[in-house]
Design a binder for this molecule. Structure first.
Ligand code: GLY
Length: 401
């Protein structure tokens, strides 16, 4: 047979590869081996050991590979202490714990500040994890205060937690975003600790509102859904960080998959598991063969558009949890493929000046704010995902699995 160069390349690409696990898989289906994940985490720990002692604020985004900061924590302030807690968990190094406690402390004023919905992002990876790992009651009590602050944003007419805008003003008063699914676990924690059902009941109601209005038939979601803030009547889908109201911002989809799976775990309500599954099946059906999400799954540039590695790290965590929730190994295999893609193509290893671990993140593409950057939530969820694979009992203690 006379094989052209093109035919040879195509058949080589389809030839099964032997991965570190010894599994035979097709090209693009390699799963991250434990050794590869261990190597990536060691790289992250070494980076953190070098960079963290010089950091006294909250990393927000990199500019030319160096962290820039947001002094009051912005919405990201939980991820820096969270990463340090996970570094301590993995290494046992007391220096990481001291840095994590100091970073936790800097977040304290935010627990009483109802300026936005981000209290779960701020206090779950930081104060809740600190309590779960150390038993410190100060962290528990502060996290419960933060949950009570979040309840101030409850809109009973629309049965949702308002994402943005100062309370008492019309600014974004009827705006719900998919990201809020990640803030609900703080409410579950408050009910777990206090026995007061109000927190979890509001979390369930918000998740049901999200489920009813965001989910499209194919399992994709918009970033935003607007309601009339006075009557609670549905207005329609919208976007801020996605391509359009009818597109699917990949990080938002990942927040939803992770958040609905968590809500299933906290409540046992199968509707949340089914929603997470539908959303995951959509994301997996449109993931490119490199297993790193494009910033919006419906970008007109398709596979050629820029990536968001943070969407991949969050998705890997959600899928690992969903695999346990559903008993389906397929979600775990896909999570390991995503981790293989992240570790193989997105680490900052090629640059000595980089201060973060994961490159190729996108913060806000429509605003042209933060493309090909590192993001503190990219690093945090990469650590979390790797620990979910390598040290499941320890990470379960840290985040309450
Ligand atoms: N929660 C905001 C974001 O994911 O960019």
């Amino acid at each position: 047979m006379n094989l052209s160069r093109r035919t040879l390349l195509a058949s080589a690409a389809a030839t099964p590869l032997l991965t570190g696990t010894g599994l035979a898989l097709g090209a693009g289906e390699a799963v991250a081996s434990p050794a590869k994940l261990r190597g990536a985490l060691d790289y992250g720990l070494a980076k953190l050991k070098a960079v963290a002692p010089g950091i006294t604020s909250f990393p927000e985004i990199t500019r030319f590979e160096k962290w820039t900061y947001v002094a009051d924590g912005g919405w990201v302030g939980g991820f820096w202490p969270g990463t340090l807690w996970l570094a301590h968990l993995d290494s046992g190094d007391a220096r990481f714990r001291a840095l994590a406690e100091a970073a936790n402390e800097r977040l304290a004023p935010r627990r009483l500040d109802p300026r936005d919905h981000d209290l779960g992002f701020l206090f779950s990876p930081s104060w809740v994890t600190a309590h779960r790992l150390t038993g410190g009651t100060r962290w528990r009590d502060g996290a419960i205060e933060a949950a009570a602050t979040l309840l101030q944003r409850w809109n009973p007419a629309g049965r949702f937690l308002r994402a943005w805008g100062r309370l008492g003003t019309p600014d974004n008063a009827g705006r719900v975003i998919i990201d809020t699914m990640m803030n609900l676990d703080l409410l579950a924690f408050a009910t777990e600790q206090t026995g007061d059902r109000r927190f979890l009941d509001i979390a369930i109601a918000h998740a049901r509102t999200t489920q009813a209005h965001f989910l499209r038939a194919d399992g994709s979601t918009p970033h935003v859904f607007d309601f009339d803030p006075d009557t609670g009547a549905a207005v329609g889908p919208n976007t801020v960080q996605g391509y359009s109201p009818t597109s699917c911002w990949s990080r938002g989809q990942s927040w939803g998959i992770y958040g609905f799976t968590t809500m299933y775990r906290r409540t046992g309500l199968r509707e949340f598991r089914d929603t997470a599954r539908k959303m995951a099946d959509y994301a997996l059906s449109v993931l490119t063969p490199d297993n790193v999400p494009v910033w919006d799954y419906r970008s007109p540039l398709g596979a050629h558009d820029v990536k968001d590695s943070s969407a991949g790290a969050i998705l890997a965590c959600g899928l690992l949890d969903l695999a346990k929730a559903t008993g389906s190994d397929r979600y775990r295999d896909r999570a390991l493929q995503i981790l293989d893609g992240l570790v193989g193509t997105c680490l900052t290893t090629a640059s000595a000046r980089a201060e973060a671990v994961l490159a190729r993140g996108t913060r806000n593409r429509p605003a042209e704010d933060g493309v090909e950057v590192s993001l503190p939530y990219g690093d945090y969820y990469l650590f979390e995902a790797i620990l979910r694979v390598l040290k499941p009992a320890q990470i379960a203690k840290a985040i309450g699995l």
